[in-house]
Design a protein around this ligand. Structure first.
Ligand SMILES: Cc1cc2nc3c(=O)[nH]c(=O)nc-3n(C[C@H](O)[C@H](O)[C@H](O)COP(=O)(O)O)c2cc1C
Length: 424
């Protein structure tokens, strides 16, 4: 029967002063070498100013610089400038900072990587206006390398003073691709039965844990479902929650969907209707699954993110919805002081409707919010009147130019690292 301003201590021992968390939102503000910048520092100082000491989860940091979610993600590989990452930690002040770690798998746009790598090649490219290349299948040793990358990246975040990491296994990125039988058609130990499909995620969590000290928080963001026939279902997700509990994770954040079916933004094809219609969910898109997951989660804190807007919904999720933490994305991209106001007894926030046809739902709206995040990174406040077309064109121009320009640069660094490894 918690309320918004009740503190909570995670199994790692990390104490949070209240129940509102800023969930991960990609910043796309790294420099041309994918290093942290002053813009990240300004952004996290701004978010911390309005968070009343609450947990901030960063946008996704990549574990492999060949495959990015956005051209200007921070890459937490061996080239990471840990001192620069530490400055973001310092900027966040009293707010605990958890870095989200990710590998995009086949969801890396073709400007960034012409040939993505995925659990299997059979499911093909993400079908969105030709923006994604046809993936190749990952070899078994490459999978082991990626898992080790999650561990090494977690270690670097710990060295930078971060309180924890969150392993990203939602929204259709690599670890979610392994979980989904639609995308993962492997017949080796990484595919087939759920225990095999969950192996990459569980081993990534284990690697992060093994590489960091006691008291370091390791959480996971998990889909409730990928909302497609033959994909990852709520039954699967419930079993994965139980496996994550056995693994000793410190919190599990529930979300849902992929680029193709962006339930994370409240838009899903109504599978039950079977007519391919898109319906918009109202508030707290995945509240039904959170209730189901509660039992499997035992005493591990559950965080729910997606469409939560009103104080009434937040209070009822905490009181009897089986949820321990409320995740907010878009609301704090537009209103960075919202968390502090909520904790002080204020109400939630209504968001403007995005007013441009979106590219399969995700790109477009998400760009508008990303542009608000960039404003904060550059010392300005968000602008609710920003035109949708401004944000969309910023995305196309930015990703195309920076993605292509960065490819050769990143390949050179990867080659240099490989030489360093083989001559050790
Ligand atoms: C601009 C933007 C970037 C995002 N980047 C990430 C990300 O890096 N990792 C992640 O797990 N979710 C990401 N998300 C999804 C959010 O964490 C959240 O799940 C989603 O926005 C739904 O929550 P909301 O209704 O409170 O916005 C992003 C969302 C937006 C709007």
């Amino acid at each position: 029967m918690a309320s918004l301003d009740d503190p909570i201590t995670l199994p790692s021992g990390l104490r949070l002063p209240h129940r509102v968390v800023k969930s991960a939102m990609t910043e796309n503000l790294a420099d041309a070498d994918n290093q942290p910048t002053g813009a990240h520092e300004r952004l996290y100082r701004r978010w911390a100013d309005g968070a009343a000491g609450g947990l901030l989860v960063t946008g996704n940091l990549m574990v492999d610089r060949r495959y990015l979610e956005r051209s200007r993600n921070i890459v937490a590989d061996a080239h990471l400038d840990i001192d620069r990452l530490r400055r973001i930690r310092t900027a966040a002040g009293a707010s605990p900072l958890v870095a989200q770690l990710n590998h995009p798998g086949r969801q890396t746009n073709r400007f960034v990587a012409a040939r993505p790598a995925a659990p299997s090649a059979e499911a093909g490219a993400v079908p969105m206006l030709g923006l994604f290349g046809r993936p190749r299948e990952l070899g078994a040793s490459e999978i082991e390398g990626i898992i080790a990358g999650f561990g090494a990246s977690a270690r670097r975040c710990e060295q930078a003073g971060f309180e924890g990491v969150q392993v990203h296994a939602a929204h259709g990125y690599l670890l979610a691709q392994f979980l989904s039988p639609h995308v993962n058609r492997r017949t080796d130990r990484w595919g087939g039965a759920l225990e095999n499909r969950a192996r990459a995620l569980l081993e990534a969590v284990r690697a992060a844990r093994a590489a960091t000290g006691a008291g370091f928080t390791v959480g996971v963001k998990l889909n409730s479902s990928d909302f497609r026939h033959g994909g990852f279902t709520e039954d699967d997700a419930e079993r994965v929650v139980a496996l994550l509990v056995e693994e000793g994770v410190d919190f599990i954040e529930i979300s849902g969907g992929t680029y193709e079916n962006p339930a994370l933004f409240g838009e899903v094809e109504e599978l039950a209707a079977g007519r391919g219609e898109t319906v918009s969910h109202k508030e707290a898109y995945f509240a039904g699954f959170a209730r189901r997951a509660r039992q499997a989660a035992g005493s591990v804190p559950l965080m729910l993110t997606g469409g939560i807007r009103t104080r009434a919904a937040m209070e009822s999720l905490l009181a009897d919805g089986g949820v321990d933490l409320i995740g907010l994305g878009r609301p704090v991209a537009l209103d960075p002081d919202l968390t502090a106001r909520l904790v002080a007894g204020g109400d939630g926030v209504a968001l403007p409707r995005y007013a441009l046809p979106t590219v399969a739902g995700v790109a477009g709206e998400s760009e508008w919010y990303e542009a608000q995040i960039a404003r904060m990174g550059h010392g300005r406040e968000p602008d609710a009147r920003m035109r949708a077309v401004t944000a969309a064109s910023r995305f196309v121009a930015g990703e195309a130019l920076r993605g292509l320009a960065g490819r050769r640069r990143r390949a050179r660094l990867v080659a240099r690292a490989e030489v360093a490894v083989t001559t050790d």
